[in-house]
Design a protein around this ligand. Sequence first.
Ligand code: ZN
Length: 489
Amino acid sequence: MRSRPMSTSLPEPYSKADDDAVVRGCIDGDGDAWSALKGRFQHDVETIVIRVLDERRVGQIDLREVPSITDHCFRALQRNDAGPLRLWNGGRLRPYLATVIRQEAEEHAMEDTPLQPLVAHQATPAPLKVERKSLSESALRVREAITKLPPRATAMVRLRLRGLRMGEIAATLGQPVIALQEDLGLLAERLASAQGGGAVPAWRVLLDCATTEERVETALQTEDDEAFREIREVAAASWRHVREDALVARLPRTPGPLQDATGVASFVDGTWRGAERTRAEGHLSTCGRCVDTVAMLTLDLRALEIRRASHGGRHTGIAASCIATGRFGAGRVLAEAAAAEEQTEVARLLERMADVGSSLEEGTSRRESQGSRVFSMAALPTDIEAPVVAFEALVAGDPIAAERAIDDHVAKQTVGQRLRLLALAVDPDRTDAHAAATKVIESPSPDPGLRRDAETILALPENRGLPRECLAERLRDALPDGVRFLVSR
Ligand SMILES: [Zn+2]
């Protein structure tokens, strides 16, 4: 038997060192430390670069652009004798690097395509049927109402426009959720009165402060009442107008506690407490630029967490993080790359999950029922494929196929349990959905998403199936669970 060469039996330099020691090594100019830093954060940097590209490119992103921008970002860290690393205050390294890397990648992408407006990633819903004139008048009134909001409410709107949920907005502004829900409720009333004509429920859903019961009621009314449907479409279109305006504008940088990456990272990762934190929260009320920076870091960190929890190759992990955070176009491109390179079943299933995500986004603006499509299935799916088939079947309007895909074994997983419950609830004639939902609520500490599914079902009147809007909302919420199920094995 041949003995292995010496070098492979020696541990890599810095393999046992903590981030602090690696950074110190980089500052001292140790090449091994730089290699270790790159090894640790290469995939994080690529993930952020891809997210930045995705925000700027209309249409498909080109993965060939990624390596050069990633290299640029690492070179930026080395600039001025590792200047950016010297500015790190020793808090958690990942949020700090994420902030610096996003800044570098954004600037680089901007130089690359100076004429490309900053297009934040958001779903582009299908064209609305409402007449152009009435639409823009309402949109103008809403936009004007938003410009007249006090600073704190402006910050709330901006965080919501960036796609943060109510809980995340509360955490960012340092407010208890209950208090924020009340503030968002007042804001919904204000915007609804600017639009005119019974739009409060529509705005409460848009601002993410509606309770589960309200959401269900609003969805049912949208299905049943044509006039109300129109009100909701106007509200949605106004919100989209505001969002496009707000996200395209380049805001000036004002001095304050969040002007550098250390401050932003310490604020978002919770290192800052007490007076420092209060000062930063106060600044957020007045500075849209910092609100954006904080929001983007929050979303980036969520993506990095999913990427790190993923098994499989590098493209698989980044694909998973894109799809689980709503970047379906980029997720599709990466899943295709993963399927081509890694030849795994998981990569091909991720492609299908990206398609599920895209059709869920389109589906939200299509109010009318699509009618059931028979979902053909030659053989029962494998365990790993089963949730994907169930997602596809539910999107296609075939709850029976969805239910059939989830066998008892898969139903032991949270995502399987959620999909089975939702499949039961779609059919108004099925009486077992109610009982199954009650069982979930009564079980000790159910998964939060599953609990919300069950609450949604229990809020339905008797003999009424889950409205398509609620189904789409719950499926979007379950999608990250589905992605994690695929890549965690
Ligand atoms: Zn600021």
